[in-house]
Design a protein around this ligand. Sequence first.
Ligand SMILES: NC(=O)c1ccc[n+]([C@@H]2O[C@H](COP(=O)([O-])OP(=O)(O)OC[C@H]3O[C@@H](n4cnc5c(N)ncnc54)[C@H](O)[C@@H]3O)[C@@H](O)[C@H]2O)c1
Length: 323
Amino acid sequence: MKGNVLIVGGAGFIGSHCAKMLVKAGWTVTVYDNLSKGYREALLYGDFVEGDIGDKQALLKLFEEREIDAVMHFAAFIEVGESVKKPELYFNNNTEKTFILLDAMRQRGVNKFIFSSTAAVYGNPQFTPITEEHPCAPISPYGESKLRVEEKLATLTNNGMNSVIFRYFNAAGADPAGELGERHNPESHLIPLAIKAALKKRDPLSVFGTDYETKDGTAVRDYIHVNDLCKAHILGLEYLMNGGKSNLFNLGNGEGFSVREVLKSVEKNLGVPVPATDCPRRDGDAPTLVGDASKAKSVLGWKPDIPNLDDIVKTACNFEKKL
Ligand SMILES: NC(=O)c1ccc[n+]([C@@H]2O[C@H](COP(=O)([O-])OP(=O)(O)OC[C@H]3O[C@@H](n4cnc5c(N)ncnc54)[C@H](O)[C@@H]3O)[C@@H](O)[C@H]2O)c1
């Protein structure tokens, strides 16, 4: 065995895929999740302990019982719109509870931490592709709740905690073997929404903004396959286990795809149309959000294995058809 990894939020979309990849790669995995958004059916790899990251006593006990080498953090609320309506919920769950987890780690001498941050920390892009040097000016409480953790991690580095922060762009796709996939409730991500609309599991899709200065007038986003994110997490883990110091990386495909391109890809994969209605632009939506992940490539040796949109969408379609 390579080492003991605690995955908090491992019953959710990205965490469950990471648990699978880590177990397959020979790591010992414990998943810790309060199941507020995750699924028991996604708990296929590693030991499961039910609990909340704000429960310090439970975490202290867990760290005492299992010799945890590193913590991967996926436990958060992720709805930008909800965060605007209920900011305190997001600062409590995503920020304050993460501080409790970090404190429990410090008390038990666990000093390697991998944190799922988000491109939402950048706010409205001043340039694209967005590099890690882009100023951080989040425009939602969700983005702010993550940035506050990043800032805390920067201060903890001086006290011996080494962390790898990953700022993801749009996580997408599903386990190519079909065991796991994306099941947010409510779902707000374009690819699963388009697939559900095509399969008549929901109303027609709204395409917000068709007059942007982009290739076809619709908004362009950077979709990265969930397994490529997981691959980066394993490289980040190895980096820390080998004595690497705190660092932060963008994770994106480097290529942007428009809303219309995503819909076409879903239609091509499923062989049926995606019912969709053109709507005006939404406030706060940037025309283009694409990440520059060259730092993760040069420092960690990472590169996406599934960069092609049709391949990403295919894995998502296969999972959705089974639900
Ligand atoms: N999905 C994306 O496109 C995306 C993009 C950027 C960043 N991220 C970040 O990646 C992480 C994972 O996202 P996801 O899409 O897998 O979300 P998800 O909702 O599928 O998974 C989150 C998991 O965390 C659990 N959880 C939430 N609060 C908890 C708490 N207080 N204690 C214990 N467990 C708790 C939930 O039950 C769920 O299983 C999040 O931190 C998110 O902010 C996701």
